[in-house]
Structure formats: structure tokens, C-alpha cells
Ligand binder design. Structure first.
Ligand code: ASP
Length: 336
């Protein structure tokens, strides 16, 4: 008898979901050892009730050490899977530390309306009440759900479905590690049911001009640094970023993307030298507005509702796609 269940392509990137501790009570301070994606799949035989799974490994790293090289490899694997007419949806297992960055990059560049669902775990595979197996099962169920189509890249952990645009890791140890900043969950897993609540408002995937091809072409990506503001901030790190060749600086300012008076001088010099200054905020929620007239005159671009780490990715994609274009940079932050 032929298996008519949907085919889900799983791409593993590492992270806690494939990490193991010394015993069942070790919840932190572990590393990836030899637990593989095959062992993960074997630990959840119930997956076979929902889908035919084919798996590949794009990386086996802790995601705090994520690189754009892995994004290229993962993006290519997603493109191949999306092009296979037999594949219904794609699941990516990934460390939670930078999951929101990789997912946001794919949300902007993956040219498919097939579901792409990121998941991971906060507890290692060996832990008491490990969260990886159920997160994986739910991610597969979501990726196989025809209603997930066209919603862009999703994060599914702890029974909550978030859009890659708004997901942010907001707790370093709890299984409820992610929040949907500004836009809350766009879906839930409730027992057997997947309950959909919304769609990302902004263009993504096929609706953007950003492509994996453009990203993969250059040997060196434009350097974009994130600088985090604080009391006694000065311009030293801004000048260091410019000296290191930064083409844009994401300034994670206080409040509404505000800038320390000392740092302001260095940012103004940077902007005068055609380094983009993106005004983001240390504050996770809300929207950074254009602010002071003098900032606008200098061409500083407000990050809107994007976190500094997501603003950095958008700035890189704009630089690669359009070169030095203040209009395109401003437009991108208003649009995506
Ligand atoms: N250290 C992990 C990582 O790879 C954390 C996790 O996966 O939850 O991001």
C-alpha cells in the first residue's frame, strides 16, 4: 500500500534539540556531543502518523555560533526541498539562541509559499521533560497543515506559533523562551488541534526583492555592526566599527532609538562618510519612529518594529540588493 501521508523535509542545524547532558537533571551548561538528527527522529516514532519524513543535516552547531555560510547552505537546502513537488512542507531544527535571525533571513529570501517551520528545544535531549520531541512533532504537524501555506517562516515551540518577523527569544532558560514582539502568536497547538490566529502583515518570501542568490554571490558580505547604548556611552565603538569597514551601523539606542550625546558625534561622522546609521532600540516592544529632525536630516533610518539583530539582516540584504541607496534603505525599513 502506498503511503499517502504528506512528505515533510527536515533540515537539521544543531542546537539543544540534538544536545545531551551528563544526566537527566542537567538542564544548562551542556554541549552538542554525538546526538544526531537520526536519533532525534527515532525518539519520536509518532511522527510516522502525520508525515513521511526525509531528513538532512545542514550543520551541527550551537546557534550562538551561527554564520552566514550556514544560512547559505540552509537556504539552498530549503530551495531544493521547496522545488520538489512531492514535498508539502519544511521543518528546520535549530538552536534557539539565534533561531529568530536565521528564520527572519529565510522569511525575507525563501521564494516559496510552502510552510517553513523552525523548531528547537530549551532542554537537552537527555533531560527530564525534554521539550524537543513534542516541539518536533508539532512542527511537523504544522508544516503538513495546508492552512500553514503562505504565512511565511514560522517558529513553533511550546505549543505557540510565531511569525519569524516578530519572534524574539525573551527568556534564556524557560521552555516558554519566545515571544511574538508586537504581534503575538499567529497560531496555537491545542491538544490535537492547530488553531490559526493570523498572518504576517508585511511582505515576505516571494513578495520581496531579496534572494539567496544575491546573498550567496559575494565572498564577503557587507559588514554591519550592532552597537548597544548605555550610560557613559561614547563614540569609541562607532569609530572602531567604521575603521573595521562597517557599511552600516545598527545603533541599539535607549528608548525611542535615542543616542548618547557623545556617541552622536561619532555617528554623525559615520553618516557623513556614507555609513548607514540605523536607529534601533534596546527596548524590545513598540516602534522606533523617525525622531528628531536633525537625525532625519543626517539620514538616520529608524528600525520601526525590528529588533537590532533583525535590522542588521535587513540592512545587509538592502546593501547587497541595491548598493548604497538611502531611499531603498528607508523604504525597506518601512515595508518589511
Ligand atoms: N545553545 C543552544 C543554541 O544552539 C540553545 C538552544 O538551542 O536552545 O542556540
Amino acid at each position: 500500500m502506498t503511503n499517502t501521508l504528506p512528505k515533510i523535509h527536515l533540515i537539521a542545524c544543531g542546537g539543544t534539540i540534538v544536545s545531551s547532558g551528563d544526566d537527566a537533571l542537567q538542564m544548562t551548561g551542556y554541549r552538542i556531543k554525538d546526538f544526531s538528527v537520526d536519533a532525534l527522529l527515532a525518539a519520536v516514532p509518532q511522527l510516522g502518523r502525520y508525515a513521511r519524513i526525509e531528513a538532512e543535516e545542514a550543520a551541527r552547531i550551537d546557534s550562538m555560533s551561527m554564520t552566514s555560510e550556514v544560512w547559505k547552505k540552509l537556504g539552498a537546502a530549503i530551495e531544493r526541498a521547496a522545488a520538489d513537488p512531492d514535498v508539502t512542507g519544511i521543518v528546520v531544527t535549530h538552536g534557539t539562541d539565534t533561531m529568530e535571525e536565521t528564520a527572519w533571513f529565510m522569511h525575507l529570501t525563501a521564494k516559496t509559499d510552502k510552510p517553513i517551520v523552525f523548531t528547537g528545544a530549551m532542554r537537552p535531549a537527555t533531560a527530564l521533560s525534554a521539550d524537543g520531541p513534542l516541539n518536533l512533532l508539532n512542527a511537523v504537524r504544522i508544516a503538513a497543515d495546508p492552512r500553514a501555506k503562505g504565512r511565511g517562516v514560522l517558529l513553533a515551540l511550546n505549543d505557540v506559533i510565531l511569525s519569524a518577523r516578530d519572534a524574539m527569544k525573551t527568556n534564556p532558560t524557560n521552555v516558554m523562551a519566545f515571544s511574538g514582539v508586537n504581534q503575538g502568536p499567529i497560531g496555537l497547538v491545542a491538544g490535537d488541534e492547530i488553531v490559526w490566529l493570523g498572518r504576517p502583515e508585511r511582505p515576505h518570501g516571494v513578495e520581496t526583492p531579496f534572494t539567496l542568490k544575491t546573498f550567496s554571490r559575494p565572498r564577503h558580505l557587507p559588514r554591519v555592526d550592532i552597537l548597544y547604548s548605555h550610560a557613559d556611552d561614547d563614540g569609541v565603538l562607532v569609530r572602531a566599527a567604521v575603521a573595521a569597514g562597517a557599511e552600516a551601523i545598527v545603533h541599539a539606542g535607549t528608548g525611542n532609538g535615542s543616542i548618547h550625546a557623545e556617541t552622536e558625534k561619532a555617528l554623525a561622522e559615520a553618516a557623513a562618510g556614507n555609513v548607514f546609521v540605523i536607529r534601533a532600540s534596546r527596548v524590545p516592544d513598540g516602534c522606533v519612529t523617525p525622531g528628531l529632525a536633525e537625525w532625519q536630516e543626517k539620514g538616520y533610518v529608524p528600525s520601526g518594529t525590528l529588533s537590532p539583530q533583525k535590522a542588521r539582516i535587513l540592512a545587509i540584504l538592502v546593501l547587497l540588493t541595491f548598493g548604497w541607496s538611502p531611499e531603498k534603505m528607508k523604504e525597506a525599513f518601512e515595508t518589511y
